[in-house]
Design a protein around this ligand. Structure first.
Ligand code: ATP
Ligand code: MG
Length: 298
């Protein structure tokens, strides 16, 4: 009889924003506002700069060691700041080692496949950081809030009611565990914005001409479904936060705080891997010295 030994995998860095792994997450208990002792805006920005620099250095080592990959997933209500967080947190990272993918309404080609497919195609290679702006989680968020979207998927059979979402959680958990076992560090960020703050940001999108393009009527329709979305998020975070694929519910009402927290979690995750630049064995080191002599003799 074989003994099952759990694979060694990346383990989630601790954080006040870490969503528990035992299904007890309560959305109401996670604040959308930063804690009272949060430093000033300028200090937060300084901290972000430091974390961005560290992330850049860690990414160079990740790239050189070419073993693990990192997948950062972002989910949020509209205007929570996914785009700007991705832009700021990854601003120091070498673009050659990083790939950002956004997942909107699925195309006809994407609907011809299972719902994981389009995301799987964009998973990061070893040594790379992949960023998902939305992800397969849309399939248990927007699709759960709008079950009529299931019609477009032309599934020949499917579980009904609650069982369908449980099956999807199961598929997603299995997929993520598979990735983790095979070298992917998964970090999932729920940018937790309040309904009131969203209203303010929508108003700014209307009032400021350079932001008009970001706003449309559909955003208002989704906003009206806020309680249904919060329910769906709560279920998702309960069902899919795991030590090897953790969710972090980041207070999103204050952008400098949110960005610093995301950056610091990414830094902590990469540091925990204890990656090193590859080193040479004696024979390879000798060869390198021989090559040096040849260059010097030229
Ligand atoms: P912003 O937050 O700046 O508005 P965005 O991420 O909302 O950017 P959009 O192109 O406006 O980008 O919206 C993408 C839309 O596609 C979202 O409303 C999202 O819920 C929807 N979507 C994503 N995946 C799916 C899916 N699998 N099925 C149906 N709708 C989806
Ligand atoms: Mg949108």
């Amino acid at each position: 009889m074989g003994i099952f030994v759990e694979s060694k995998m990346f383990r989630a860095p601790d954080s006040p924003h870490l969503v528990p792994f035992d299904g007890t997450f309560e959305h109401n208990e996670f604040s959308t506002a930063p804690p009272a002792d949060t430093p000033s805006k300028s200090t937060l920005k300084e901290h972000l700069r430091e974390a961005v620099d560290e992330l850049a250095e860690l990414q160079r080592i990740l790239y050189a060691s070419n073993t693990a990959s990192v997948l950062m997933m972002f989910q949020a209500m509209d205007a929570a700041g996914k785009d700007s967080t991705i832009r700021k947190v990854l601003s120091g990272v070498n673009p050659a080692g990083c790939q950002v993918s956004a997942f909107g309404r699925p195309s006809a080609e994407e609907l011809d496949h299972d719902y994981l497919w389009r995301c799987v195609r964009r998973l990061p290679e070893r040594g790379r950081i992949g960023v998902f702006n939305r992800s397969w989680y849309e399939e248990v968020l927007v699709v759960r809030v709008h079950p009529e979207y299931l019609g477009y998927q032309r599934l020949p059979w499917r579980a009904s009611g609650e069982a369908l979402w449980q099956e999807r959680f199961d598929s997603i958990r299995n997929m993520e565990q598979h990735l983790a076992r095979n070298g992917t560090v998964i970090l999932k960020f729920f940018l937790n914005v309040s309904r009131d703050e969203q209203r303010k940001r929508f108003l700014a999108r209307i009032d400021r001409p350079e932001k008009n393009w970001k706003f449309n009527e559909a955003d208002l329709a989704e906003r009206a479904l806020w309680p249904a979305y919060m329910n769906a998020y709560q279920e998702v975070l309960r069902a899919t936060s795991r030590p090897w694929a953790p969710w972090y519910a980041i207070p999103a009402d204050d952008k400098p705080f949110m960005r610093r927290e995301v950056a610091r979690i990414a830094v902590a995750a990469l540091q925990s891997l204890d990656l090193r630049y590859p080193t040479l064995d004696d024979e390879a080191a000798d060869q390198l010295q021989a090559m040096r002599r040849r260059l010097e003799e030229e």
